[in-house]
Structure formats: structure tokens, C-alpha cells
Design a protein around this ligand. Structure first.
Ligand SMILES: NC(=O)c1ccc[n+]([C@@H]2O[C@H](COP(=O)([O-])OP(=O)(O)OC[C@H]3O[C@@H](n4cnc5c(N)ncnc54)[C@H](OP(=O)(O)O)[C@@H]3O)[C@@H](O)[C@H]2O)c1
Length: 279
């Protein structure tokens, strides 16, 4: 069992919460950052520290004493490159031995500005910390889990487009390997799920596992904006609409082999995730 202290930036978020929970489960002591430590909503057992990635305030203090830091930037944030640079510099100032960056698969996909920002952030990070480990996950299965459980997958792109959605739990397991120093310094890892499934396939499988109807519907971006996307604005909205267009064109598939190799077991299927959620 690995021992030691690790820091997870944005541990109140979807990804950070999963990474923090996996690190705690592995026996690590976890420092989590949030802008509001007094009302932090994240895994029990995390030691909360106030830090703001945008200004850099509190980062060095939050990281001091940690052996490893997991860098996560909020989804589609326009300042991703600057935030990663601030966090990497803070990690060095705080004496953190290992840095791991949560990027994305296909960071050079020119159709999506937020992917390109992650590509630029990787370059900046490599200049500052050449030994950093970079994880490049595909989209998560968890993005569609809640909708599947309530019986309606409605997405603003083609329901026949293929995706190798990855289980966030599997991603978090690899994140812990990286934080514990078990991945090659300077390495980059693409993390994709075991199957290429369309939203129609996901609905069909979910209906089979759940034993009730699950629909797959393509909605317009206008419908998305007046529903689940109501809070999106500015560059985040532009980024998400570009992402939906890319998904509509090609879906989002990646090689599943690296994740299986890292896990030393088959990665989690959509049906397995659904079964686990409902058992
Ligand atoms: N969803 C996917 O399928 C997927 C796939 C691959 C990669 N990713 C990447 O994963 C990353 C995380 O996405 P997510 O959806 O898990 O994020 P999220 O749930 O939106 O979490 C964002 C986190 O960032 C923190 N945060 C927000 N503004 C901050 C600031 N100014 N300074 C410091 N912390 C701040 C929030 O903490 P407080 O509000 O508590 O301060 C929160 O913990 C993104 O970069 C995304 O591109 C996502």
C-alpha cells in the first residue's frame, strides 16, 4: 500500500473528487484545494486548503508538504494554460516531487479550442517540469450515467457517432498510480474505454441492464441551450458548441489498449458501470 501525502487541485469537482477518493482508498493522505474550504463538498477524509488557480493565491501553501500534485483545471476554462503554469511553478516552489496533469485525449484536435489549450498547457508544463506525467482521458462514461438512469439520453449531436467513453473510476485508479510514482517520469498516457459505442448503443445497453426503456435522442443545440446548457456562456459556450460539432462529425474514439495495460485488467464497460451503480 503506498503511503504519503498528495494534493489534488479542484477536489470538489467531478474529476478531482474521483481522484481524491481513489487516493484515500489507496491509503494516501489527501490535500484537496477549493476556493471555499469552509463549505467544501468532496470526499470525506480530504484535508481542505483554500487555493485559487486563476490568481494563484494559496497554491504554494496548499501544496507544501505534498509529495505529488494532481493538476486539474475547471472544464473549458479559457485560462487553462496560465492556470497550469501557475500550478506547476507553485509545485516547484513548494518542493513537490511529482506532478501529474489531467489533460484530454487528442489535445491537438484543431476543431476544439479547449483541446488545443490542453495541448499548449502540456508544452508549458514539460518546459517547467519535464518529468511530469500527463494523463489524456477520453470523455467519461459518467457524463451520461445520470441521464441513462432516468431513461433519456438526449445529446446535441448525432446519436450514431461512436465514443470510447472511459470509466472515471478507472481514470482515477491510473491517477493514483501516477501520484504514487509508479508511472514512468515524463510519460503521457491515453485513457480510453474498452468499447466504441454510439449513444444508441449506450441506450440499448442501459435498457438491458436496467430492465426498463432508455431512449437515445438527438436534440438541437438550441434545445440544449434552453435545457442542460442553460448555464453556459461566453467562451465556455463557444467551446462546448464546437465540441458538439466535432462529436457530431466523428464522435470521440481512442485506442483502449494503454488503459488496459496500465490497469492490468480489462477496463470497465458501460454495462459494468451501470450494474455497479444499481446494485
Ligand atoms: N468530463 C469529461 O468527460 C472529461 C474528459 C477528459 C478531461 N476532462 C477534463 O477534466 C477537467 C475537470 O473537469 P470536471 O468536469 O471534473 O471539472 P468540474 O467538476 O467543473 O470541477 C472544477 C473544479 O475546479 C475548481 N475551480 C473552479 N474555478 C477555480 C479556480 N479559479 N481556481 C481553483 N479551482 C477552481 C472547482 O473548485 P471550487 O469551485 O470548489 O473552487 C472544482 O473543484 C477539465 O479540465 C476537463 O477538460 C473532462
Amino acid at each position: 500500500m503506498p503511503a504519503g501525502t498528495v494534493a489534488v487541485l479542484g477536489a470538489t469537482g467531478k474529476t478531482g473528487g474521483a481522484v481524491a477518493a481513489a487516493a484515500l482508498h489507496a491509503g494516501l493522505t489527501v490535500r484537496g484545494t477549493t476556493r471555499d474550504p469552509d463549505s467544501a463538498d468532496g470526499p470525506a477524509g480530504v484535508h481542505w486548503h483554500g487555493a485559487d488557480l486563476l490568481t494563484g493565491d494559496g497554491l504554494v501553501q496548499a501544496l507544501a508538504g505534498a509529495e505529488a500534485a494532481y493538476l486539474i483545471v475547471p472544464n473549458v476554462h479559457p485560462a487553462e494554460v496560465e492556470m497550469v503554469e501557475k500550478a506547476a511553478r507553485a509545485a516547484t516552489e513548494a518542493g513537490v516531487d511529482r506532478v501529474v496533469y489531467h489533460s484530454v485525449a487528442d489535445p491537438d484536435d484543431e476543431r476544439m479550442a479547449h483541446h488545443l489549450r490542453k495541448g499548449r498547457a502540456e508544452t508549458v508544463l514539460r518546459e517547467l517540469r519535464p518529468e511530469a506525467v500527463v494523463l489524456r482521458p477520453c470523455a467519461y462514461q459518467q457524463n451520461l450515467l445520470g441521464a441513462a438512469l432516468v431513461g433519456r439520453l438526449a445529446v446535441p449531436y448525432r446519436v450514431s457517432a461512436p465514443f470510447s467513453l472511459v470509466d472515471l473510476g478507472d481514470v482515477a485508479e491510473v491517477a493514483v498510480q501516477a501520484l504514487s510514482g509508479r508511472l514512468e517520469p515524463g510519460s503521457t498516457h491515453v485513457l480510453g474505454g474498452p468499447e466504441d459505442l454510439t449513444v444508441e448503443d449506450l441506450a440499448r445497453t442501459a435498457a438491458g441492464v436496467l430492465g426498463r426503456p432508455v431512449s437515445a435522442t438527438a436534440i438541437t443545440t438550441a434545445q440544449w441551450r434552453s435545457g442542460p446548457g442553460a448555464g453556459a456562456e461566453g467562451s465556455a459556450l463557444t467551446d462546448l458548441l464546437a465540441m458538439f460539432e466535432a462529436y457530431d462529425q466523428t464522435g470521440f474514439t481512442v485506442d483502449p489498449a494503454p488503459l488496459t495495460h496500465l490497469l492490468g485488467r480489462p477496463s470497465t464497460t458501460w454495462a459494468q458501470l451501470l450494474s455497479k451503480e444499481t446494485s
